[in-house]
Design a protein around this ligand. Sequence first.
Ligand code: HEM
Length: 489
Amino acid sequence: MEWWEFLVTVAAAVAGILAVSGGARRVQEWVYEWGLGEKRKKLPPGDFGWPLLGNMVAFLRAFKSNDPDSFINSYIQRFKRVGIYKACMFGTPTIMVTTPENCKQVLMDDEHFVPGWPKATCELVGKRSFLFIINEEHKRLRKLTSAPINGYEALTTYLGFIEETVVSTLEKWAGMGEIEFLTELRRMTFKIIMKIFLSSESDSVARSLEKVYTDLNYGMRAMAINFPGFAFHRALKARKKLVAVLQAVLDERAARAKNPHPANKDMMDRLMEAEDEKGSRLSNEEIIDIMIMYLNAGHESSGHITMWVTVLLQEHPEIFQKAKAEQEEIRRSLPPMQKRLTLKEFRKMEYLSKVIDETLRMVNISFVAFRQATDDVYVNGYLIPKGWKVQTWYRTVHMDPEVYPDPKNFNPSRWDGITPKPGTFLPFGGGSRLCPGNELAKLEISVFLHHFLLGYQLKRRNPKCPIRYLPHPRPMDNCLAKITKISAT
Ligand code: HEM
């Protein structure tokens, strides 16, 4: 039994009890609001759902259906588009913010908001990852890790490897018959992130890590129910395996530290050598949690977005042709001796960049981010009480017809001549937690599409396959498809 099925069963039981006890919802409200005294009148509109379950049943029902937006839309219908609502999510009282202005205020205010991820995510990614650290320590570790991923020099270095990987992977798929396109793409993006973080490790280490990440991910947005059969239970086991593999790598590297270091340092070397101003180094536990976080964040989203953008291009032949024409022009204008792409060509992919942005907007891989208020804060005139969780709903911003007219229409040209207003385009979050891999992700996706558009096509077995929205939107068949080579790139 999956955890959500268990929840629905419990919900049914609770509903029965409520039929007898009547005002239990009021009790729930009273429990959360009682301590606030008069201030409770300043809370935003909303409701706390059922005792124990809060609003999770409504949330899961929406995200298991083909209309995930119906969850927040029900608040907008009942309480108008105030852009801030109270609810009970993942077992705690929560304020959900859903408009650009409100999301921006939360994301930019580090003094009053710290990360507040659900218990399952925290336990799986690790208490020493970025999900827990704040202020100076967060800044220090971001500085240490972001330039070697996203900086100009770093991207120039990685581009060759990314392109080699893309070219050989597409060749391989074209000879494989039907594949799970998403699964294969996740393998490909994992290979790339492994190169950056653990370049000198063997293929067998890469394979053993990649396999367990699928289980880890499915537990990430689940309720933290550690019982056999539940996604979180499987994910905890996956985390144990990841810790063991990374610990073995650390031990092995520490043993050879007496010998000179390899000339090309990867991220694990950098983390092992990093010292703060007092000269103290990161513990093994810290390095492992940071690695688990980066290896996961660094391949899952890029793999999913690459799949969606390819699928959307195939489904829209005119957009496909326009994107292809741009890549043909880029190929034609390469100097005669230049065989491979450089960042200069990447910067010329203007239309492709709009196609990717439009995909990021519509697909909403990270549909929400999680914070916690460190003090009483007012947003749009409503109170967010100290200690309450806060969710910034990126998905709702991107699917809001007042922000993006006709939001369900895949229309890359909507980006013509537009620089999004602050808070309106948040696929990579914002503020001090802005995704440190955003440039790398766009580079990987663009290089893939360059070669795909010029030489391949995708034929899905089930083009109308239903979509699963948790933990990330994906077709339930993982996009079963055939990749066919149509010309040499
Ligand atoms: C299309 C691909 C990607 C998408 C859509 C994406 C999305 C996001 C979003 C929305 C956040 C912010 C979460 C928040 O507000 O708390 C984030 C954070 C993060 N991302 Fe990405 N990401 C992508 C690729 C990557 C890559 C390639 C890497 C690493 C190489 C990466 C590493 C991270 C890390 C470490 C954080 C946490 C940052 C912090 O808390 O300071 N992501 N990502």
